[in-house]
Each structure stands twice: as structure tokens, then as C-alpha cells.
Design a protein around this ligand. Structure first.
Ligand SMILES: Nc1ncnc2c1ncn2[C@@H]1O[C@H](COP(=O)(O)OP(=O)(O)OP(=O)(O)O)[C@@H](O)[C@H]1O
Ligand SMILES: [Mg+2]
Length: 282
């Protein structure tokens, strides 16, 4: 039985972590793969609101791979991925922006508001937050490579006490250009570096990085990660994710974690308890 004394103890156990991360920017990449049910989305939003109300500064960057694929199918456009990154034709670009900026972004903002936080949804086009160029137009179309991150808009939103929710769509410097679709892991990592965030967490649909036998790798170095990419153990959507973790660490973010977004409250378990979950890069 969970009595009131135990409840108080649980709260007090979180105190060192609340102190440690007070006023610190924590970037949370909410993977499309982890946005599986409305119940899970609500729990995620509530966890983020809690982190914000105890004094941390969460910044959310979301993906939406599955929803984009479903919407593309609806319009008869096929999805193609190379090295875990979407190949974006002009139709896919328009649909990706519609799904990411229009649907998923606003759904997260609404949930955060429902649970009592102030949230603002933007994309990388707003305030020129993320400027990109084509990664390789011949092969990837409108999938962009981040050129510059101008974090002022996010800092202003944070300073005003709002939770920024960022859709991974980037601006182009070319007049009349539709902009670029950016892999959300890469966008999150670049934003975390630009803000000099304390921590970055990637919520996805696996326990973390798994080895060949399917066992969780709790800690990874740059060398180990590169070996696992080379031998194919890390493939698909996990490739940009681990690279984003490594870039974040090299760029001054203290810790990067890949955690299971399907597990309820995985965010709180990672941030507010001493039991690390998932895969950690430091
Ligand atoms: N070694 C590995 N360990 C764990 N997952 C792996 C590994 N190699 C490849 N993967 C794949 O990576 C996937 C996670 O990346 P994916 O891009 O699909 O999700 P996401 O980034 O959370 O979502 P989105 O791209 O929509 O934001 C897993 O579902 C798994 O299939
Ligand atoms: Mg992905």
C-alpha cells in the first residue's frame, strides 16, 4: 500500500534533481514513433508541465514520421528513406509542413495548455530559428541540412515563461522557397547546442540503442557508436538519432539520452530519479 509517508518520500527523493536542473534548459525530442496513443501523449504533456512548474526550462522539438507517412499515403504519395532520412519531394514537403506545424505542433501545445502550462508552437521558419539548405537536392529533395540556428526566439519564449514547441521545418534564404523538412533529431540537437542546453532527451519507440542480440546498451562512446553504425547494428531512424546525440555532446550539451517514449513517465524517471533508463551519451 502506498501511504502518505511514502508519497512524501518520493517527492523528497526528487529534490536533488529538481535543484540540479533548476532553471536549466532541457531539450526534449518527442519522436513521432513515441506518439502512439492519446493517453500516452497526455501523460507526456503532463510530465513536461511538471518539469516546467518545478523550475526547469523544457524545450520540445517533435517529430511526426508515422503521421506524415499516413498522410502521404492518403494523398497517394510514397515515402522513401535513405540512411534513416526522408526523401522529400515538393508534395511531401507541403504535407510534412501541414502535419508537423499544423497538426502535431498544435496538438502538443493544446495538451500542455490543458495541463496548466503556457506553451507556444513555432517551426524553424518562425523568427528564422532554423535556416537550412538542401542536403543533396538530387537524392533528398527538400530534406534540408541545418546551416544556422538563431535561438533568440526560443530564448524570448522561455524568458516569458512559456514552453516552446518546435516543428522541424526550416526556412530557406531563397525568396518564394517552400522551406525544408529537417530530421527532427538533428533539429533538436542543433537547437540544444545553440541554447547550450544542460541535457537532451530523445523519446522514441525502443528501449534505447540495442545491440545485435536486442539487449539495451546503457552507455555508448563515440567510438562504440561509430562501430555499431558501420556494422549495421544501428540503422534506419536510429542513425540520425545517435549522430544527433554525439553532435550535442561535442557541442557542449552535458548529457544526451535515448529513452523509451512508450513507457509511461519515462521522462520523469530519467530526469528526477537516480535510475538511468535507456542509452546515455556523455
Ligand atoms: N540498434 C538499434 N537499436 C534500437 N533501434 C534501432 C536500432 N537500429 C535501428 N533502429 C530503429 O530506429 C527506430 C527509431 O527511429 P525512428 O526514426 O523510427 O523514430 P523517431 O525518431 O522516434 O520518430 P520520428 O522520426 O517520427 O521523429 C526504431 O523503431 C528501430 O526500428
Ligand atoms: Mg526519426
Amino acid at each position: 500500500m502506498y501511504n502518505s509517508q511514502e508519497r512524501v518520500k518520493t517527492l523528497l527523493d526528487a529534490l536533488p534533481f529538481i535543484k540540479k536542473f533548476n532553471k536549466e534548459i532541457i531539450v526534449i525530442k518527442y519522436g513521432g514513433a513515441a506518439q502512439t496513443s492519446s493517453v500516452l501523449k497526455q501523460k507526456f504533456a503532463r510530465d513536461v508541465v511538471l518539469l516546467s512548474l518545478v523550475g526547469m526550462k523544457p524545450v520540445i522539438v517533435h517529430g511526426g514520421g508515422k503521421s506524415i507517412t499516413t498522410m502521404l499515403e492518403h494523398f497517394g504519395v510514397q515515402s522513401r528513406f535513405v540512411d534513416g532520412q526522408r526523401v522529400t519531394c515538393l508534395d511531401s514537403m507541403k504535407i510534412a509542413e501541414m502535419v508537423l506545424s499544423g497538426e502535431i505542433n498544435k496538438e502538443i501545445v493544446s495538451l500542455l495548455s490543458n495541463f496548466g502550462a503556457k506553451a507556444i508552437g513555432i517551426s524553424g521558419k518562425d523568427g528564422n530559428l532554423i535556416e537550412a539548405r538542401a542536403k543533396d537536392f538530387e537524392s533528398f529533395g527538400y530534406t534540408g541540412e541545418v546551416e544556422t540556428v538563431n535561438p533568440e526566439i526560443v530564448q524570448n519564449i522561455l524568458d516569458d515563461g512559456y514552453i516552446p514547441v518546435i516543428a522541424p521545418i526550416a526556412a530557406s534564404s531563397e525568396i518564394g522557397h517552400p522551406g525544408f523538412n529537417i530530421n527532427a533529431d538533428i533539429a533538436a540537437s542543433k537547437v540544444a547546442i545553440a541554447l547550450q542546453a544542460r541535457k537532451i532527451l530523445f523519446l522514441t519507440d525502443t528501449q534505447g540503442v540495442l545491440d545485435k542480440e536486442g539487449s539495451l546498451l546503457t552507455k555508448l562512446s563515440v567510438e562504440e557508436t561509430n562501430k555499431l553504425i558501420d556494422d549495421g547494428t544501428i540503422h534506419g531512424g536510429m542513425v540520425p538519432k545517435v549522430n544527433a546525440c554525439i553532435d550535442a555532446i561535442k557541442g557542449g550539451v552535458k548529457k544526451a539520452h535515448i529513452i523509451d517514449g512508450r513507457v509511461e513517465h519515462s521522462l520523469l524517471l530519467e530526469i528526477l530519479t537516480s535510475e538511468g533508463i535507456g542509452t546515455c551519451f556523455e
